[in-house]
Design a protein around this ligand. Structure first.
Ligand code: ZN
Ligand code: ZN
Length: 222
């Protein structure tokens, strides 16, 4: 059994087929998993698709289907990789499926990100050993780092930072997604636990967990 990646690699190396309807080169398309549960099941993780907007079955399909079935749809020509088997696939919008065209470029982009995640993780591992919290904090804030690296940095601070100075910078991160904001909450909670501190509910300054009065805003605490 070959893996999905091996299959894709093979696919990228083969010559792209030409659409029998319009003569344009076809593109690799990653079949979205939903089509399988729809019972359409092309049985392949990838297909070649003709995305030419002027391909005759695509242009004519709109009217055909509207007339015969009463809904907006059309056809794009597909090819089962490594076969001479061409079929028409129903599509429900002009952009349907297009976002998922896989080109060498997107593959290279993914490879680059994988590389940067690897590099980021190994830098973080060094920082962990050396307790270099400043570097870890700066990586957690760095927009140019892959999100997975930033997440790892935040988790690490939660797991090992024993100084409350890292809390403020963590709080100042603009989370790129929900996962990151959850990770920040968890990490801050762990650091407080370790340092016997908490944030004043009135002024948000860091205070001792046992404090009855906030030393910053003088409000009484429960
Ligand atoms: Zn075509
Ligand atoms: Zn306060």
């Amino acid at each position: 059994m070959q893996t999905r990646d091996e299959y894709l690699q093979k696919l990228l190396e083969t010559k792209k087929p030409v659409c029998p309807h319009c003569g344009k080169e076809m593109d690799i398309w990653e079949v979205p998993p939903i089509t399988f549960s729809d019972g359409l099941g092309w049985g392949e993780p990838f297909l070649f698709v003709c995305f030419n907007e002027t391909c005759p079955p695509f242009v004519n399909g709109w009217d055909d289907i509207e007339e015969n079935y009463g809904h907006r749809a059309s056809f794009r020509c597909i090819n089962y990789p490594f076969t001479e088997n061409f079929e028409l696939m129903p599509v429900f919008g002009k952009t349907g499926g297009e976002a998922q065209i896989i080109t060498e470029e997107t593959i290279n982009e993914q490879e680059k990100i994988k590389e940067r995640i690897k590099t980021g993780f190994s830098i973080l591992a060094d920082c962990y050993v050396n307790k270099d919290f400043i570097k870890i904090v700066s990586m957690s804030q760095d927009n140019s780092e892959p999100v997975r690296v930033r997440l790892k940095a935040i988790e690490m601070l939660g797991d090992c930072a024993d100084i409350t100075e890292v809390i403020e910078p963590l709080r100042n991160i603009k989370p790129p997604n929900v996962k990151v904001s959850e990770a920040i909450e968890i990490a801050v909670g762990k650091i407080h636990e370790r340092c016997f501190t908490r944030e004043c509910p009135f002024c948000a300054e860091i205070i001792k967990k046992r404090a009855k009065v906030c030393k910053h805003c003088s409000k009484e605490l429960n």
